[in-house]
Design a protein around this ligand. Structure first.
Ligand code: PMP
Ligand code: GLN
Length: 384
């Protein structure tokens, strides 16, 4: 194995899901829903399979899906992208992130990201031979995760090539505030840095502000690659259909790499995701309302079980501090949790470079049927 990949073991999601299977525990670790997405989407995929849409689609994605991605961004965020040249379909957000970094970073270039960060960021940065510059998010007295603006300023330097922004943020559930977004935008422009935004939770914002794509801030559209995916919004994480949108120069850099990573992506799933993106507003409103209820259920249950809960403003994850339950290390806590009470969670310290900042924090996913959450909460009640 090459040196640059040696620091990366098996992903924590694989480890914890295997633990759940082995112990029969309720799996609130890896973030995937336990019910299917919209029936219209599933029917369209079946139809595409049956009607022979089974050969290589065009490299950037089928025109109908690129058009649907453009319409969706205009409809929800008033962002205009040309489906011909400014949008490309990828194998999930994961491939888009990897191809963006590989296509934009020279060895030694620096990438700013907020820690804890989604685990593929570090690996993609390492594959490019680039260097990550994490800026730490810490829970404050108000129960919100925030970063030190001076630490963000200090992270920018002559080798900074891009900033990776994930909002709504996994694993913390943080939604970056308008002020925070403004600072990010100012610094990117001051230093001539590109932004790559991971917006896979764009339809899961519980805060009143709603979702604000960084590309909508003045001066940002021309330097931002905006990435999203069908997995979360349409409950089809196993389909791995994602996309990137941005100015043609950035999209073509990404596409140059993507051609040789996967070439193209699953043909029959693309028309189906186009159908899903065009669903009426009710779909999106109901999806959010359902997740809001589950958030209340799990936040309430975790508090009752004795955790110090950090209520998320977005995503379908909630983080909790284990200190009130006598825990000190999230990794140890999560490894023993299935045996102690039959529930699986994920320690968030594995997503930090500065591990200490996340040592007592663990993450639970609430994208599960209400009865599953009820069972999990009952089991967690035994921890006291
Ligand atoms: N980014 C974040 C923040 C995620 O939580 C995930 C997991 N869905 C991904 C990227 C990967 O998305 P996909 O499955 O579409 O590759
Ligand atoms: N995005 C999901 C999570 O954070 C799962 C990702 C994965 O398994 N790689 O739990």
């Amino acid at each position: 194995l090459v040196a640059r990949m040696r620091p990366f073991g098996t992903t924590i999601f694989a480890e914890m899901s295997a633990l759940a299977v082995r112990t029969g525990a309720v799996n609130l670790g890896q973030g995937f829903p336990d019910s299917d997405g919209p029936p219209e989407m599933l029917a369209a995929a079946a139809e595409a399979l049956r009607t022979g849409q089974n050969q290589y689609p065009p490299g950037p994605g089928i025109p109908a899906l690129r058009a649907a991605v453009a319409d969706h961004q205009r409809r929800f965020w008033r962002l205009e992208y040309d489906p011909d040249g400014e949008i490309v379909v990828t194998a999930g957000a994961t491939e888009a992130i990897a191809a963006a970094i590989l296509g934009l970073c020279e060895p030694g270039d620096e990438v700013i990201c907020f820690e804890p960060y989604y685990d593929s960021y570090a690996a993609s940065i390492a594959l490019a031979g680039a260097v990550r510059r994490p800026v730490t998010l810490r829970p404050g007295a108000d129960g919100r995760y925030a970063f030190d603006p001076d630490a963000l300023r200090a992270a920018f330097g002559p080798r900074t090539k891009l900033l990776l922004l994930n909002s709504p943020h996994n694993p913390t559930g943080k939604v970056f505030t308008p002020d925070e977004l403004r600072l990010v935008a100012e610094l990117c422009q001051e230093h001539g840095v590109y932004a790559v935004t991971d917006e896979v939770y764009e339809h899961l914002v519980f805060a009143d502000t709603g979702h604000v794509p960084l590309a909508t801030l003045p001066g940002m559209r021309e330097r931002t690659l905006r990435i999203s995916s069908a997995g979360k919004t349409f409950s089809c994480t196993g389909w791995k259909v994602g996309w990137a949108s941005g100015p043609a120069t950035l999209v073509s850099a990404l596409l140059r790499v993507k051609q040789f990573l996967t070439f193209v992506n699953a043909a029959p799933l693309q028309p189906a995701v186009a159908v899903a993106l065009a669903l009426p507003d009710d779909y999106y409103t109901d999806f959010l309302a359902g997740m809001r209820q589950r958030r209340e259920q799990l936040v309430g249950g975790l508090s009752a079980a004795g955790f110090d809960v950090l209520t998320p403003e977005g995503t379908y994850f909630v983080t909790a501090d284990i200190t009130p339950l006598g825990g000190t290390d999230g990794v140890e806590f999560c490894r023993s949790l299935p045996e102690r009470c039959g529930v699986v969670a994920v320690p968030t310290q594995v997503f930090y470079d500065h591990t200490d900042a996340g040592r007592p924090l663990i993450r639970f996913a609430f994208c599960k049927r209400p009865e599953v959450l009820t069972e999990a909460v009952t089991r967690l009640g035994a921890l006291r």
